[in-house]
Design a protein around this ligand. Structure first.
Ligand code: PLP
Length: 389
């Protein structure tokens, strides 16, 4: 048996992909499966973006680009951050990467090693913990509590920082809970971080445009006092319905950018060229498709929350961002993972058990409402029938 490094005995997974595969297998076997499992928009990528990629191919953009990304794309990212968030970013600190996930991979790899502690949200995106464990660092969960509106508590987060803390991972709007951390909490956190200059921050803002009820996105980029240690994670997957294009970007501070660039040269050389041209069009072209998608997500959000709250034993807080509902299912008498599994196998509704997002996920399941209103209604009917039986 070949001996690999210990990290591969610890590396985890994203169970949403296993559920996607199982749902596909059940569907192939003839079952009518409604997929509320995987977190990806059900909309096609807007046609102007698709056309830009086709044009790039026709125009002969078939070779390597700079490892950091096309200059025009990095400039478009900086202009977009300025326009939307009022954040001033040097295009030479923008790195175009093959998917939002790659930024967390790079950032955690940069700070994780045995003895280091890395703070991450729980419940949260499962890859944070998986990657932390891969590096041998100690994962320190930052509780994301329903009673706190699924927002980050600055006070609790700061209380978990020690001299060994190397990296703090933040995510708002959040997966899987749909929480949005309010400005006041972020301000308190940033102020408190002044006392911990040894802690880098990775802010995962991939859902920054998927907000409802007039919520504002407060980007960590707009706090100059932490810019020298802030890594921003963002991308096109969710906002522009481009999950399969594998495209994202990060903003790195001066001291880290060149390290990230070298990692890019070693690992992926550059992001595929036509996708980068498509990304320029996404940022500089008309934005009405984004507004239309957000409006539709909003309607589905209301539908799913209302439907879930009508189910026996289920209560669902209203998510403020992203496209997930995270209902509390404790009173149904079910544990979360068996419930998610049975809902798929018996009722043909794919969801994800809360424990797949962390220790505090027990008692919850995650439903992605990136599916049609018709399918959401059918799924709710099936869940009602299942829970009644
Ligand atoms: N960050 C969060 C919080 C996510 O939920 C996801 C995808 O589900 C990502 C990052 C990764 O996005 P990408 O598909 O661009 O790698």
């Amino acid at each position: 048996v070949l001996q690999t490094i210990a990290g591969f005995d610890r590396i985890g997974e994203e169970n949403a992909f296993a559920v996607l595969a199982r749902a596909g297998a059940l569907a192939a076997g003839g079952m009518d499966v409604i997929n509320l499992g995987i977190g990806q928009p059900d909309f096609p990528t807007p046609p102007n973006i698709v056309e830009a990629a086709i044009k790039a191919l026709r125009d002969g953009h078939h070779g390597y680009t700079p490892a950091t990304g096309l200059p025009a794309l990095r400039e478009a990212v900086a202009a977009d951050l300025d326009r939307r968030l009022g954040a001033q970013v040097d295009p030479d600190r923008v790195l175009v990467v093959p998917g939002g996930k790659v930024t967390m991979f790079a950032a955690i790899l940069m700070f994780g090693e045995p003895g280091a502690e890395i703070l991450y949200p729980d419940p949260g995106f499962p890859i944070y913990r998986s990657m932390i464990e891969f590096t041998g660092a100690t994962p320190v969960p930052v509780p994301i509590r329903e009673e706190n509106g699924f927002a980050v508590s600055a006070e609790e987060t700061l209380s978990l920082i020690t001299s060994r803390t190397r990296l703090l991972i933040l995510n708002s709007p959040a997966n899987p809970c749909g929480g949005v951390t309010p400005r006041g909490e972020i301000e308190t956190l940033v102020a408190g971080l002044a006392e911990h200059p040894h802690v880098a921050v990775m802010s995962d803002e991939i859902y920054d445009q998927l907000l409802y009820d007039g919520e504002e996105h407060v980007s960590l980029l707009t706090f100059p006092e932490i810019r020298d240690r802030l890594i921003l994670l963002n991308g096109w997957s969710k906002t522009y319905a481009m999950t399969g294009w594998r495209l994202g970007y990060s903003v790195w501070p001066d001291g880290l950018y060149d390290k990230a660039r070298k990692l890019a040269v070693n690992a992926w050389s550059c992001v595929n060229a036509p996708a980068q041209y498509a990304a320029i069009e996404a940022l500089t072209g008309p934005q009405d498709a984004v507004a239309a998608m957000v409006a539709e997500f909003d309607a589905r959000r209301r539908l799913v929350v209302e439907g879930l709250n009508a189910l026996p034993g289920v209560t669902c807080a209203t998510p403020k961002g992203a496209f997930y509902a995270f209902p509390n299912i404790r009173e149904t008498g079910w544990k979360a993972k068996p419930l998610a599994s049975e809902l798929l196998e018996k009722a043909g509704v794919a969801t994800i058990g809360g424990p797949d997002f962390g220790i505090l996920g027990e008692g919850y399941i995650r439903l992605s409402y990136a599916n049609s209103r018709e399918n959401i209604s059918r799924a709710l009917d099936r869940m009602e029938e299942f829970l009644a039986g």
